[in-house]
Design a protein around this ligand. Structure first.
Ligand SMILES: Nc1ncnc2c1ncn2[C@@H]1O[C@H](COP(=O)(O)OP(=O)(O)OP(=O)(O)O)[C@@H](O)[C@H]1O
Length: 585
C-alpha cells in the first residue's frame, strides 16, 4: 500500500495558541469532520422526536383512546432505526477523521524526529519519546476530533429545550433546572481530577522508562544478579502510580454519585410539578413521560462538557510537549548552498574546540591533518576525545569553534547526505536491524547485488561465518543482532561500511572484539581494496595500532604527539605510558 504524505503541518508560529497552531490539521480533514458533525446533528434531531412521539402516543392512544397505538409504536421503531443508521455513519466518519489526523500528526512528529541531530538524542529519554509519540499524539487527536462532536451533542440541549418549551413552558423550565448544575459539577469534577490524571500520565511515562531500561539492559541486570534491585525500582514506580490512581478513585467516587443522582432529582421535580399540573388538568401524562426521557437524554452531553474540558487541558499539555519537539530546530542541517562533490579524503581539523550539548568539552583546540589515502591510528587515554573526531568528521555534531574540512571544504558547506555517504563510521558496538544479514550489510546501499554484498563481507572477514549460518546471507539476525557474537557483529558492520566504499573510513574501536589474525586479514584486505582511502582508526590494541602508518596521540582534547609508532615510542614517554595503561596486545 502506498503511503500518503501528511496533508497538513503544524503552524510554526509559536505565538499562537496550541489550538490555532493545530488548526491546519483540522482544516485538512474538514470535509470528513463536517460530514460527521452534520450527520451527528441530524441523528440528534431524529432522537429528540422520539420522546415527543411517545407523549402523543400515550395521550392519544392510551389516555384518550382516540389514536391507533401500533401506528405510534411503528413510527418510534422506524425513527429509532433511522437514528441508529445515522449515528453509525456519524461515528464512522468521526473515527475516520480522528485516525486521519492521528496519522498526519504521527508522520509530522516522526519525520521531525529523524531529522533531529545527535545532540537531541543525547538529551531525551527513549521512554519519554515513546510516550510523546504515542499517548500525546492520541490526546491531541481525541480533542481535535471529538471536541467538536461533543459540542454538537450539547446542541441537542437547545433543540430539546425548544421542543419542551413548545409543549409546556413551566415544566420545560423545571426539567432543565438540574442541567446547568450537572454541567457545572461535571466541570468541577474534571478540574479536580485533572492534576491527578496528569500525574498518572507522567508516572506512566516514568514507568515506561524503567521498563524500557530493564528490558534493554536485561543482560547486565542478570549478569549482576540485580533482579531484586530492579524489581524494587519497578515496584516503587508502580507504587507511585497506584497512589495516583487511588487519589483518582477518591475524587471520582466523591463526584460520580452526585452526578448520577442529580438527574433523578430532576425526574422527581418533573413528577411533582408535572403531576400537580396533570391533576389540575394543565398537562398530560404523556408530557411527564416525554420530559422524563428528555432529562435522561440530556444528561450525557452535559456530563461530557466536563470531559471535554479535561480533554482540552490534557490535549493542550500534550500539544505543548509535541510542539517542543517540532519547535526544536535541527541545528545540523544543509547550508543555503550545499556542495556535492566526490571527496578525495584530505581531512583537516583546524583549531577545533567542541563541547557536547550537555557542556562537556571534548576537544580543546585540536589541529590535525590527514592526507588522502593515509591510515592514521588515534591513541589516547579514555575520554581524550578520540571518538569525537569521527563524529565531527561525519558532522553528527557541529564544532563549537574552528573548522573541520575535507578537501578544503568546511563540512558545514557540504551536503549532509553526500558527506555521510562519503564518510563511513563503524562504531565498536554496532547496531544491527532485525533484518537478514544481506539487508544489514546493504543498509547504506539497498539495491546492492548479492555479489557486491559478498565481496564486502569477504573484505570484512565475515563471509566465512555468514556462510555457516543456517540460512547464510538470508539469516535474520535477532533484535539488535544478539544471535551473533560481538566480533561477528563488528564484521557485519565493517562490511556495511565497505559496501558503500567511502573515501573516508572511521573505525572507532571497530575491531575490538575481533581476534588479532582476523583483524590483520581485514586490514590487509582494506588496504588492497582501496588504496586511496583515508582511514582513521581509534585503537586500543597494539595489533591495530601497528597497522597504521602514522599514530596520533591525544590527551585532553588535543593532539600531543604525531609520528610513527616507533618514533613515538622512542621519543614520547606519554605514548609509552598510554600504551602501558590501556593498550592490550
Ligand atoms: N554524547 C555525549 N554527550 C556528552 N558528552 C560526551 C558524549 N560523548 C562523549 N562525551 C564526553 O566527551 C569526552 C570525549 O569523549 P570521546 O568519546 O571522544 O572519548 P574517547 O577518547 O573516544 O574515549 P574512549 O576511549 O573511552 O572511548 C568525554 O569526556 C566524554 O565523556
Amino acid at each position: 500500500m502506498s503511503r500518503r504524505a501528511p496533508r497538513a503541518s503544524i503552524d510554526p508560529d509559536v505565538r499562537k495558541t496550541w489550538l490555532r497552531r493545530a488548526l491546519p490539521l483540522v482544516k485538512a480533514h474538514k470535509t470528513l469532520l463536517i460530514t460527521s458533525l452534520t450527520l451527528s446533528f441530524a441523528g440528534l434531531i431524529v432522537q429528540v422526536q422520539i420522546p415527543n412521539l411517545v407523549r402523543i402516543g400515550i395521550d392519544d392512544a392510551v389516555v384518550d383512546r382516540s389514536g391507533e397505538l401500533t401506528t405510534y409504536v411503528w413510527w418510534i421503531v422506524a425513527l429509532a432505526l433511522v437514528q441508529g443508521f445515522i449515528n453509525y455513519l456519524a461515528r464512522l466518519y468521526l473515527l475516520r477523521t480522528a485516525y486521519e489526523m492521528e496519522y498526519d500528526l504521527r508522520n509530522i512528529v516522526y519525520s521531525h524526529l529523524v531529522r533531529m541531530p545527535f545532540g537531541f538524542y543525547d538529551r531525551v529519554q527513549t521512554g519519554e519519546l515513546m510516550s510523546r509519540s504515542g499517548s500525546d499524539i492520541r490526546a491531541v487527536q481525541m480533542y481535535l476530533a471529538f471536541g467538536p462532536s461533543i459540542l454538537v451533542q450539547c446542541l441537542i440541549a437547545v433543540v430539546a429545550f425548544g421542543l419542551m418549551l413548545s409543549i409546556n413552558v413551566p415544566l420545560a423550565i423545571v426539567a432543565m433546572v438540574t442541567m446547568p448544575i450537572i454541567g457545572v459539577l461535571g466541570v468541577s469534577m474534571r478540574k479536580a481530577i485533572f492534576p491527578v490524571s496528569w500525574l498518572i500520565q507522567a508516572r506512566l511515562a516514568q514507568l515506561a522508562t524503567v521498563v524500557d531500561e530493564n528490558i534493554q539492559g536485561v543482560r547486565i541486570v542478570k549478569a549482576f544478579a540485580a533482579e531484586g534491585r530492579q524489581l524494587r525500582s519497578l515496584a516503587e514506580s508502580a507504587d507511585r502510580i497506584r497512589w495516583a490512581y487511588r487519589q483518582d478513585a477518591r475524587i471520582r467516587s466523591r463526584w460520580n454519585p452526585m452526578l448520577d443522582n442529580l438527574p433523578r432529582l430532576g425526574l422527581a421535580l418533573v413528577l411533582l410539578v408535572g403531576g400537580l399540573m396533570v391533576i389540575d388538568g394543565h398537562t398530560t401524562v404523556g408530557t411527564i413521560v416525554a420530559f422524563n426521557s428528555y432529562i435522561l437524554m440530556l444528561q450525557p452531553p452535559f456530563r461530557m462538557l466536563g470531559m471535554m474540558i479535561m480533554m482540552g487541558q490534557r490535549a493542550s499539555a500534550s500539544a505543548r510537549r509535541i510542539y517542543e519537539i517540532l519547535d526544536t530546530p535541527s541545528d545540523v542541517v544543509d547550508g543555503p548552498d550545499p556542495v556535492v562533490v566526490p571527496l578525495r579524503g584530505d581531512l583537516a581539523f583546524e583549531d577545533v574546540v567542541f563541547a557536547y550539548p550537555n557542556g562537556t568539552v571534548a576537544l580543546e583546540g585540536l589541529t590535525l591533518r590527514i592526507r588522502p589515502g593515509e591510515t592514521v591510528a588515534v591513541v589516547g587515554g579514555t575520554g581524550s576525545g578520540k571518538s569525537t573526531l569521527g563524529r565531527l568528521t561525519a558532522r553528527f555534531y557541529d564544532v563549537t569553534s574552528g573548522r573541520v574540512t575535507i578537501d578544503g571544504h568546511d563540512v558545514r558547506d557540504l551536503s549532509l547526505a553526500s558527506l555521510r555517504e562519503q564518510v563511513g563510521i563503524v562504531p565498536d558496538e554496532p547496531f544491527l536491524f532485525s533484518l537478514s544479514i544481506h539487508d544489514n550489510i546493504a543498509y547504506g546501499k539497498p539495491h546492492a547485488s548479492r555479489d557486491d554484498v559478498i565481496a564486502a563481507a569477504v573484505a570484512a572477514g565475515a563471509d566465512e561465518f555468514i556462510r555457516n549460518l543456517p540460512e547464510g546471507y538470508d539469516t535474520v539476525v535477532g533484535e539488535r543482532g544478539y544471535t551473533l557474537s560481538g566480533g561477528q557483529r563488528q564484521r557485519v558492520a565493517i562490511a556495511r561500511a565497505l559496501l558503500v566504499n567511502p573515501p573516508i573510513l572511521v573505525l572507532d574501536d571497530a575491531t575490538s572484539a575481533i581476534d588479532v589474525t582476523v583483524e590483520q586479514m581485514i586490514h590487509s584486505s582494506l588496504r588492497d581494496k582501496m588504496r586511496g582511502r583515508t582511514t582513521l582508526i581509534v585503537a586500543h590494541r597494539l595489533s591495530t595500532i601497528s597497522l597504521a602508518e602514522r599514530v596520533v596521540l591525544m590527551a585532553d582534547g588535543r593532539v600531543i604527539a604525531d609520528g610513527t609508532h616507533e618514533s613515538l615510542l622512542a621519543t614520547e614517554p606519554r605514548y609509552a605510558e598510554v600504551l602501558a595503561a590501556q593498550v592490550t596486545a
